[in-house]
Design a protein around this ligand. Structure first.
Ligand SMILES: *Cc1c(COP(=O)(O)O)cnc(C)c1O
Length: 338
């Protein structure tokens, strides 16, 4: 059986999840009448101590809606250069909202209040208006790095003081929380908006949830509709989200342990130049001249294993719900033999 380490989005719904989805009570969510969507939104908002929530088709739409509601065309978004919102959303910041980006070079994807303080523009006609700060936790491109709660609180305090909005791209926020033994409620009061993915570590087939104040979500709902993201009997998909929150959260630490095992195996190989620190379920590593990424991936594929190229000499492996401890052992054994 294929061991697919390319992404934590490749998981398939389990029979139990499908059964739960099948039994969902549904209605027309554009009319606000889908009880299962409403339940999911209430549930996630309560978990994070936010006022309101909106179920959306993807993490990209969730982030992009947040930017669109927080900013006006010509405004500036401040974020780390590794941010998904800048790297992997098809230029959406410019195309969807007409905003500029000011990129910071943080510590493996993590920016600090001090850095934002130095980057933010003063209030002059001729300067771009700094409006929004975005952080990503965990940060994918930086190897699944985790923000400390203290760092986030400092950023939040500065943003409030400087009249900046503060958005969390929390596609993998549950991995970050698991790594620190924190709960979602520990983030209460820190952010103006939060985007949470159900289709990454939690193993739902589809969906993200955007969180914010009632006023923010009212506006977000309008943008979702405008962009074609208003879904009708979406309760079948929301049910998967509810199931994944109730059943797949506790096990995230197993993914982190499995990632550590892969890291240890990689570090023993002469063809591996560098493995980024592994804090959660993401392992990013660079190969030496000795072995090209394409040759490495081809070899893995011949053993029914998949990873993904993540730069010229760089590879990413992600552990997830469909990667068992036995699969990890197979991968480690295969690396051993190479
Ligand atoms: C995957 C991801 C997203 C977007 O999710 P999609 O559902 O694939 O659009 C946003 N931010 C981060 C950090 C991600 O890893």
């Amino acid at each position: 059986m294929l061991i697919d380490l390319r992404s934590d989005t490749v998981t398939r719904p389990s029979p139990a999840m499908l059964d739960f989805m099948f039994k969902a009570k549904v209605g027309d969510d554009v009319f606000g009448e889908d009880p299962t969507v409403n339940l999911l939104e209430t549930k996630v908002a309560a978990m994070f101590g936010m006022e309101a929530a909106l179920f959306v088709p993807s993490g990209t739409m969730s982030n992009q809606i947040a930017v669109n509601v927080h900013c006006r065309p010509g405004d500036e978004v401040i974020c780390d250069i590794n941010s998904h919102i800048y790297q992997y959303e098809g230029g959406g910041l410019a195309a969807n909202s007409g905003v500029q980006v000011k990129l910071l070079e943080g510590n493996r994807g993590r920016i600090s209040a001090e850095m934002v303080k130095n980057a933010v523009n003063g209030n002059f006609d001729w300067l771009t208006k700094s409006t929004l700060v975005v952080v990503e936790n965990t940060c994918n491109k930086a190897g699944g790095s985790v923000y400390s709660l203290e760092n986030l609180k400092e950023l939040s305090t500065f943003c409030k003081q400087a009249n900046l909005k503060f958005h969390l791209d929390g596609a993998r926020i549950f991995n970050a929380l698991a790594a620190q033994n924190l709960k979602a409620e520990n983030l209460k009061g820190i952010f103006d908006s939060i985007s949470v993915c159900l289709s990454k570590g939690l193993g739902s087939p589809v969906g993200s949830v955007l969180l914010g104040s009632k006023e923010f979500i009212t506006q977000a709902r309008r943008v979702r509709k405008r962009w074609g993201g208003g879904m009708r009997q979406a309760g079948y998909l929301a049910a998967a989200g509810i199931f994944s929150l109730d059943n797949n959260m506790e096990r995230l630490k197993e993914d982190h342990l499995n990632a550590q095992k892969i890291k240890a195996s990689l570090e023993r190989k002469s063809f591996v130049k560098e493995v980024l620190p592994v804090e959660t379920n993401i392992v990013i590593f660079r190969l030496t001249e000795e072995l090209s990424v394409s040759a490495f991936l081809k070899h893995l594929e011949s053993k029914e294993m998949k990873a993904i190229q993540f730069g010229y000499d760089t590879v990413r492996m992600i552990t997830h719900l469909d990667i068992s401890a036995e699969s990890v052992e197979k991968v480690c054994n295969e690396l051993q033999l190479m």
